[in-house]
Structures are given as C-alpha cells and as structure tokens.
Design a protein around this ligand. Structure first.
Ligand SMILES: [Fe+2]
Ligand SMILES: [Fe+2]
Length: 244
C-alpha cells in the first residue's frame, strides 16, 4: 500500500514558481522556508487538501483578471483585442476550473459533505454555488463561441464585455465564499485522517485527469496567456499614490 504521507509530498520547485512569473531572472535563495525548519528551498513540502483547492482558485482568479482586462479593450476598439488568448483562457477555465476543480472535487467530494454536516449557514450556500457552476458553464460556452469566430463583430463587443463583467463578479463572490465559509466547514466536518486521505484522493484525481501535475501546467498556461496580452509584469498593477 502506498504511504499516504509520502504520496502527499510534492516538490516545490523554482521552475514552478518561475512559471508563475514571480522569479524570472532571480536566483533561488538558499534560505530555509521558516524559522526552526531544517528544510531548504527546493525540498519537498506537503500541500494539504484545502491549500490545493485555494491555489486552484488562484489560477481561476488570474483567468478572471484576463477577462476584466479585456473589457475596456473591447469597448474602446474590439478589433484590437486578440481572441486567441481569450479562447485559451476560456478553455483553461473549462478544463481546469469547471471540469476538474468544480465537477471532480467540489461537486463530488466537498458539497455533499458540507450540505450534510457543515451547519445550516454553509449548507445554504451549496445550492447557490451549484447553480453558479451551471451558469458559469453557459457563459464559458458563449465566450468560446464568440472567440471561435476569429474576429469580434461590433454587435458582439458589448454583450461579450457584459458577460465578462458579470462572470467575474459572480466568481469573485463564489470563490471568496468557498474560501472563507465552505472549505472551512468541509475541513471541520472531517477528521485529521479523513482530511489527509482526501488530499491524497485529490492528487490521484488530478493525475488521472491531466496525466501530470495539473496545477503546475495550469499556472504555466495562464502565465503564457498573460504574456500574450501584455499582462505578465505584475508591477504595472501597482496602484498609484493617492492624491491628497
Ligand atoms: Fe465552486
Ligand atoms: Fe472553487
């Protein structure tokens, strides 16, 4: 039988961080991760089930940021918006977000437990969250259809901009509630051992679904999309100083 603890250990590599665009051009520091830890940078670290879910949200948030950045471009000059990276974003949201994170993890393993044992407040969320998954899939179908046309007609520009805005607002609310209400309720409903087993199960599902580390690949894909749209440099998003 496979040792669950060993199996849950993943290698946090400088390559995966560079794929996220954080460490390009930087040398890996040779410091320990935390005071009192004997582990050095680049050694194996365990990723828990809830951290797994939340970092998957991080990938989805970066896809939402691509959509929201596309809105002013659509309204100013729709012909100038490159549709190829938009189509790639929608395909990533479909495969990594809707088909894997939502259907194979949340709907199969998290929502049923929360509905049954997570308390009234958390259970009340589940029906809405399921409905939002369904609506999200409708919107993604629409985005893929428009992006598949190759160019945006003037009649499609405003409906697509509105679809991006409402999709992003829905998913910002959706993932924030999952992170702060639903996932904590799910964790509280499980024993430490069950939680560990679920983390192991999630990793198996990820590898069965993608045939590799789906998270690392998704981070690489979204980083490439950001580069294609000129959104790769995070420094451009630093807020200006407030005016007195
Ligand atoms: Fe969800
Ligand atoms: Fe989620």
């Amino acid at each position: 039988m496979v040792n669950l603890v060993d199996k849950r250990r993943r290698l946090l590599t400088t390559a995966s961080l560079a794929g996220a665009g954080f460490l390009v051009g930087l040398r890996a520091p040779s410091r320990t991760f935390a005071a009192g830890s004997s582990k050095k940078f680049g050694q194996e670290k365990e990723v828990g089930a809830v951290e797994d879910l939340m970092r998957e949200h991080g990938v989805l948030h970066r896809a939402l940021l691509v959509y929201i950045e596309a809105v002013p471009r659509l309204r100013a000059n729709p012909g100038n918006l490159s549709l190829e990276p938009i189509a790639r974003t929608a395909k990533l949201f479909r495969s990594f977000g809707e088909d894997y994170h939502e259907r194979k993890l949340e709907e199969a393993h998290i929502f049923p437990v929360v509905k049954k044992a997570g308390g009234a407040a958390a259970a009340a969320y589940v029906d809405v969250l399921n409905a939002q998954h369904d609506r999200g899939r409708e919107v993604t179908d629409y985005i893929l259809t428009i992006a598949g046309k190759g160019s945006i007609g003037t009649s499609d520009a405003e409906p697509l901009a509105r679809a991006f805005e409402t999709f992003v607002l829905m998913y910002q609310n959706h993932t924030a509630r999952e992170d702060t209400v639903v996932f904590p309720a799910w964790r509280d409903a499980l024993s430490e051992r069950q939680l560990h087993q679920m983390g192991d199960k999630f990793e198996d599902i990820e590898h069965r679904t993608f045939g590799k580390d789906g998270f690392d690949d998704a981070v690489k894909q979204i980083a490439e999309i950001e580069q294609a749209l000129g959104l790769g440099d995070i420094a451009q998003f630093t807020a200006p100083p407030p005016r007195a």
